[in-house]
Design a protein around this ligand. Structure first.
Ligand SMILES: *Cc1c(COP(=O)(O)O)cnc(C)c1O
Length: 415
C-alpha cells in the first residue's frame, strides 16, 4: 500500500494514510468494535463505484447506468441472507446507527416509547441516549444489568416492560461480554405487544458463524454494523421478515438517506463472501477462545472482569477493585504508549464519569484476524497487567513495547 496516486496530488494525506497502515501493523487493535478487513475488501471500498448514484433498489433505480451497482447490491443481499438466514435484507445503511434509525423511522412515531439498555451498562448511543436524536424524538426508559452478577436481569427487564409499555424493546449491546438470550427479550416484547429490535452490531460475525445464538427469526428487526466482527468494511445492515420489507426499505431510502455508498456495498458483498467460507467459522470460534484466554489471564493477574468472564469477543475490566487509584483513561493512555490500543469504558455501577470511567474494554476480533492464538492472547494479558500495574514506570513500558513489537512482527497484517 504505497498510495502512489494520492502521493502525486496530496503528499500530506498520502503520509497520513501510510502512517495509519504502519500504525495498524505495529500496534494491537483491541478496541472491541474494530477489526482489519482483507485487501479485497479495501479494494472494493476504493473502487469506481464511489462515483455511482444508485438511489432506489436493484431493478428500480432513479438513475440510469446501474447494471453493475445492481449486480453488486444483489450479491451483497444474497450473501447476507445466506449468512444470517433472514428473509429480507437491506444493505444500504451507511452505518449501524443509520440502520437503527431506519428501523425506528419505519415503525415508530415521534413520542413513542423505547426501552433499551443504559449506556453505562453496555448500551449504545443510538438506543435512546439524550445526546442522540433517539433521546430527543422518543420517550426512553432504560434497563440495567444486575449490579452483582453483571448479567442482564431478564425478569427485571420484563417487569420494566410491563410497567412502561414500550413500543419497541432494543437488545444488542456495545460492551456486554455475555451471550444474549434474545428469546427471553422477545417474551418481554410479546407480553407488552412491543416490537423487538436486536442490534447485533458487535456480534454480527459470531452470529453468522453460529458461535453466538441468532436473533434472526426471533426479533422483528435485526441490525448491525458491517465493520466489526463480520469484517466486511464500514457500513450497516438491516434484516427483517418479508412483511416489513417495504417499510424498512422506504425508511432507509428515501426516509433517512439519499444515494447508497455503492463502494461500501461492494465491500459488504466481498466481506460477506469471505465470511461464507469455512475458515470464517474457525475465525469466529478462535475470536471467542482468544477473549476467554485474555480474560482468564487478566483474572490470574488480579483484575476483576464484569460478569466474571466472557462468552464473546470482548472483556470488560472493572479497575476499581484491583487498581482503585487508576482510572480507565490512565490505563488507556499508558497502554497506547506501548502499542496496545483499547478504550476506557464505563462499568455497571459507574462511580466516575463517562469521560474518565472506571473500566477498560478489550476485544480480540482484530488480533484474531492477524493470527493470534490463546497463548499470544495470554501474553497480551500479561503486557496489559504489567503496564496497568506500573503505568508510570518507563522501564516497564519500554519492556512492554518490545513485547508488543515481537507479537506484531510475528503476526504481519498489511504488506
Ligand atoms: C457499533 C454499534 C452501533 C453502530 O455504530 P456505527 O458506528 O454507527 O456503525 C450500533 N449499535 C451498537 C450496539 C454498536 O455497538
Amino acid at each position: 500500500m504505497d498510495y502512489e496516486a494520492i502521493r502525486e496530488v496530496d503528499p500530506a494525506v498520502a503520509d497520513a494514510l501510510a502512517g495509519e497502515v504502519d500504525r495498524q501493523n505495529d500496534t494491537l487493535a483491541m478496541i472491541a468494535s474494530e477489526n482489519h478487513v482483507s485487501e479485497a475488501v479495501l479494494e472494493a471500498q476504493g473502487s469506481a463505484l464511489t462515483n455511482k448514484y444508485a438511489e432506489g433498489y436493484p431493478g428500480e433505480r432513479y438513475y440510469a447506468g446501474c447494471e453493475y451497482a445492481d449486480e453488486v447490491e444483489n450479491l451483497a443481499i444474497e450473501r447476507a441472507k445466506e449468512l444470517w438466514g433472514a428473509e429480507h435484507v437491506n444493505v444500504q445503511p451507511h452505518s449501524g446507527t443509520q440502520a437503527n434509525q431506519g428501523v425506528y423511522y419505519a415503525v415508530l412515531e415521534p413520542g413513542d416509547k423505547i426501552l433499551s439498555l443504559d449506556l453505562n451498562h453496555g448500551g449504545h448511543l443510538s438506543h435512546g441516549h439524550p445526546a442522540n436524536f433517539t433521546g430527543q424524538f422518543y420517550e426512553v426508559e432504560q434497563y440495567e444489568v444486575d449490579a452483582d452478577s453483571g448479567y442482564i436481569d431478564y425478569d427485571a427487564l420484563r417487569e420494566h416492560a410491563e410497567d412502561f409499555d414500550p413500543d419497541i424493546i432494543v437488545s444488542g449491546y456495545s460492551a456486554y461480554p455475555r451471550e444474549v438470550d434474545f428469546e427471553a427479550i422477545q417474551e418481554a416484547a410479546d407480553a407488552t405487544d412491543a416490537y423487538h429490535l436486536a442490534d447485533i452490531a458487535h456480534i454480527t460475525g459470531l452470529v453468522a458463524a453460529g458461535v453466538h445464538q441468532s436473533p434472526v427469526g426471533v426479533a422483528d428487526f435485526v441490525t448491525g454494523s458491517t465493520h466489526k466482527t463480520i469484517r466486511a468494511g464500514r457500513g450497516g445492515i438491516i434484516m427483517c421478515d418479508e412483511a416489513y420489507a417495504d417499510d424498512i426499505d422506504a425508511a432507509v431510502f428515501p426516509g433517512g438517506q439519499g444515494g447508497p455508498l455503492m463502494h461500501n456495498v461492494a465491500g459488504k458483498a466481498v466481506g460477506f463472501k469471505e465470511a461464507l467460507e469455512p475458515e470464517f467459522e474457525a475465525y469466529a470460534a478462535q475470536t471467542v477462545d482468544n477473549a476467554k484466554a485474555l480474560g482468564d489471564q487478566l483474572q490470574e493477574r488480579g483484575f476483576s472482569l464484569v460478569s466474571g468472564g466472557t462468552d464473546n469477543h470482548l472483556v470488560l475490566v472493572d479497575l476499581r477493585d484491583s487498581h482503585p487509584d487508576t482510572t480507565g483513561k490512565d490505563a488507556e493512555a499508558a497502554l497506547e504508549e506501548v502499542g496496545v490500543v483499547l478504550n476506557a469504558n464505563t462499568v455497571p455501577g459507574e462511580t466516575r464519569s463517562a469521560f474518565n470511567p472506571s473500566g477498560i474494554r478489550a476485544g480480540t476480533p482484530g488480533l484474531t484476524t492477524r493470527g493470534f492464538d490463546e497463548a499470544a492472547c495470554r501474553e497480551v494479558a500479561d503486557i496489559i497487567a504489567d503496564v496497568v500495574d506500573a503505568h508510570d514506570d518507563e522501564d516497564v513500558k519500554a519492556d512492554a513495547s518490545a513485547r508488543v513489537s515481537a507479537l506484531t512482527d510475528d503476526h504481519p497484517l498489511y504488506q
